[in-house]
Write a protein that binds this ligand. Sequence first.
Ligand code: AMP
Length: 286
Amino acid sequence: MRIINTVAELQQQSDSWRSQGLRIGLVPTMGYFHEGHLALMRCAAGSSDRVVTTLFVNPTQFGPGEDLDAYPRDFVRDRQLAESVGVDILFCPEVDEMYGQESETRVVTGQLAKRLCGASRPGHFDGVVTIVTKLFLASKPHVAVFGQKDFQQLAIIRRMVDDLKFDIEIIGHPIVREADGLAMSSRNTYLDKDGRKAAVCLHESLCMAQAMYGAGPHPLAAAKVADLVARHIEQYPQCKVDYVAIVHNRTLEPVEICDENSHLVLAVRVNDKVRLIDNGPLATAN
Ligand code: AMP
């Protein structure tokens, strides 16, 4: 596995692979790898000939008072893990490489980014689409893999790829979970013992919502499902609901009556400081 720190070097490598007819797969990350990240890298390897993983804690997607400085980092471990799943290039630029002193151009999101996480993290998704655009231009991938864990982010990136006509296939990888159902996240390391136990309420409430939808009767009001979810989460004194919503799985518009396109999205603050997200379709296979 090769470590690359500059955009020019990565572009050169990608051009060379492209000229040999090789398909390039990209996995953008902020590092501190867990099984969720590694699953994305394996998925990229399965749908391309060469895998580029990027490791960059992107400052423009953090708001004032958020955890940019505290964000967990372990380069040595990340390098070993990426290599172990067959990544060809680990791209780890410095902030100056991605945002030079005079950098001022940004990609701007639209309606999809205004609600849910966008409402509590203003500017966050503009930072995300700006860095993703830069990473696309640096790595020139044929396919890029993102996690369904960040459901709104995935929808916004798909929208951007359509809007800007990027010739890149976007794959949304299913959420990878801990044994008790908690969605894996680098931010789970912030949880203390009690917080970690309580954090299972996100997945529990998702399962309850799916069971409620499965049992009916229909039509079923989305407000009823959202209320069940919020009440379950609030039973845990460590947890505070940031948002609970039932939305259309593509437009992310709130729905009134649940149907097979309805998706539960939720964000919960644990111990007042760790903000966790989860999501899932109301209609499940069984
Ligand atoms: P991050 O390093 O948190 O920015 O995440 C990098 C990529 O990994 C994003 O596309 C995330 O959606 C994805 N990801 C993070 N956690 C998970 C998970 N538990 N399951 C699936 N994908 C994930």
